[in-house]
Design a protein around this ligand. Sequence first.
Ligand code: GUN
Length: 300
Amino acid sequence: MTAQVIDGRAVAQAVRIELRERTRRLRARGIVPGLAVLIVGDDPASAVYVRQKTRACEEVGVHAEVHAFPADVAQAVVVQRIRELNDDPRIHGMIVQLPLPAHLEIRPILESIAVAKDVDGFHLYNVGALVIGHGDSVFPPCTPYGVMRLLEHAGIAIEGQNAVVVGASNIVGKPMGLMLLQRGATVSICHIKTRDLAQFTVLADILVVAAGCPNLIRPDMVKPGAVVIDVGINRLPDGRVVGDVDFASVKDKAGFITPVPGGVGPMTVAMLIRNTVRAAERVAGSIEPDEVEEALSGEP
Ligand code: GUN
């Protein structure tokens, strides 16, 4: 079997086209959706991600501004800027690019973002809303939400399926597990301390891998015909970018697979813009339905 490759670039492009139209309607009413991105230090990968995010915003007509701080910035300075942005009516969404330097405390920084502007969905309130399945009222974290959108696009049924998530981060693994659970999957979340990872992954109808470990998943760890979603973005010493899944060999065993690059990555950016446009629509009092919305609804 050769897997069907899910083209994240194409799906993200379709989402951006829809968002451009929604942005046009907001602009016609005098509202320009605005995103502020805070970045601390000079991590090269973070700089690339931030550039991708701001460029994609501009393409859709969303105002994006970057607030850059030196690596040794004081916690209070970052929090003060967030407070100012909370009060800035031009800004509808705000994110703090992670990771942060070790001297900064992540939680107080994320909790100082106004819930209504937390378009990364990392504030405790939004995390809690995700846990109890309050789909409509939250900003879903962009990467797992992008994965849900890809699964929908590929017509993959989730209810009753065995879903295995590899990686238990707050950004991807945990919210991914919650979203799949919300849609009725039986979910296992594996992590660095999991004994015999393959024992879990071979049971997966849907396997989402977000471990940050190049080529971790080999064909013998995959159920024939499984849906394999690769969230990993790893740069090898020779400069090549690869995922967490050995794409070349696993594609002959899986039913569906996402490539790296060109799979989940573009969806993360598209969902960030979607959350920002939605935040602006909320302020405007005219939330528009989007295809992605169903991804969080429905009880297990
Ligand atoms: N670092 C890696 N992924 C993300 C993300 O989705 N949002 C933010 N803010 N930082 C990240």
